[in-house]
Design a protein around this ligand. Structure first.
Ligand SMILES: C[S@@+](CC[C@H](N)C(=O)[O-])C[C@H]1O[C@@H](n2cnc3c(N)ncnc32)[C@H](O)[C@@H]1O
Length: 267
């Protein structure tokens, strides 16, 4: 993925605007070392710092890390892929806002890296797209692609069910303390072009595969198809569905990998 820094940071700033409840859930304590995984342009990282934590922002996009460094030169940022980043000293917490669903290549590898980066008892707090996220937007996109005789776009996201993601966390050695799954219809106040703007920003890769001369008509058709569900008198609303959770790394070494099961004693 290679978002335009300017487009992402300004037009879709609502991604960061929704971060406050997640920081409340983390409840960072003064001086706690916190990784902001998939930090983007660093807005949530800065908010962590304002709340007294000692944050490190990690992101896989060099342009966004460069922008974060310009935005907040006093803070620490590092380029890294969530699937294989390492840290020299364990952290107290990892937070991730609207980023885990982009780390779709191997969700278990990402969870395992978070586990390794945390001290025993460390918290993993995140919000991501859940099953059904942007279903109307995606359906409009797929239908338009089909109608234009294009190969259906390969979607870059992973939107898990709550049960599925909780099972992955538990399997990896976390205790899930809170897991919420909720609709969050989100006004696209700064994306007035509606579903078409959403495709331009969040589905830029599939759009790049489209012949340039087809793109305007294709995007207009995405808008026509999505409008009945998502366009209100007051403007466009994206059909977001979120998964928000807080999990704690269990004490002890590596998580159980199967193997012999001890016989049950008396109850
Ligand atoms: C929607 S943005 C959210 C940014 C930020 N957390 C916020 O709330 O504004 C998703 C971020 O995840 C990053 N990302 C996606 N895949 C990644 C990966 N495999 N490793 C690290 N960062 C990744 C992207 O570069 C992007 O900055």
């Amino acid at each position: 993925m290679n978002w335009s820094v300017a487009t992402y940071d300004s037009a879709f700033g609502y991604v960061s605007a929704h971060g406050a409840p997640l920081i409340d859930l983390l409840d960072p304590q003064p001086g706690e070392r916190v990784i902001d995984l998939g930090c983007g342009a660093g807005l949530l990282t800065a908010e962590l710092n304002a709340r007294g934590a000692d944050p490190l922002g990690i992101d896989g996009n060099p342009l966004l890390i460069a922008q974060a460094t310009v935005n907040f030169p006093e803070l620490s940022f590092a380029l890294g892929d969530a699937h294989d980043f390492t840290v020299s000293d364990p952290y107290d917490a990892v937070i991730s806002m609207s980023a885990l669903h982009w780390m779709a290549r191997d969700p278990d590898a990402v969870i395992a890296q978070v586990y390794s980066a945390l001290r025993p008892g460390g918290r993993f707090v995140a919000e991501m797209g859940g099953a059904g996220n942007c279903a109307e937007l995606i359906a409009a996109m797929q239908t338009a692609w089909r109608e234009f005789g294009l190969t259906e776009p390969e979607l870059p996201w992973y939107f898990p069910t709550p049960a599925g993601y909780a099972a992955r966390l538990e399997e990896a050695g976390f205790t899930v303390r809170i897991l919420e799954y909720f609709d969050r219809p989100t006004r696209m106040t700064e994306g007035p072009g509606g579903a078409a703007d959403w495709v331009r920003v969040f589905a830029a890769e599939p759009l790049r595969e489209v012949p340039a001369e087809l793109a305007p008509a294709l995007l207009a058709r995405v808008n026509d198809l999505a409008a009945p569900a998502l366009r209100r008198e007051s403007g466009w609303v994206a059909d977001y569905v979120r998964l928000r959770f807080a999990a704690v790394r269990k004490a002890g070494g590596a998580p159980p990998q199967g193997g012999p099961v001890p016989a049950l004693g008396p109850l």
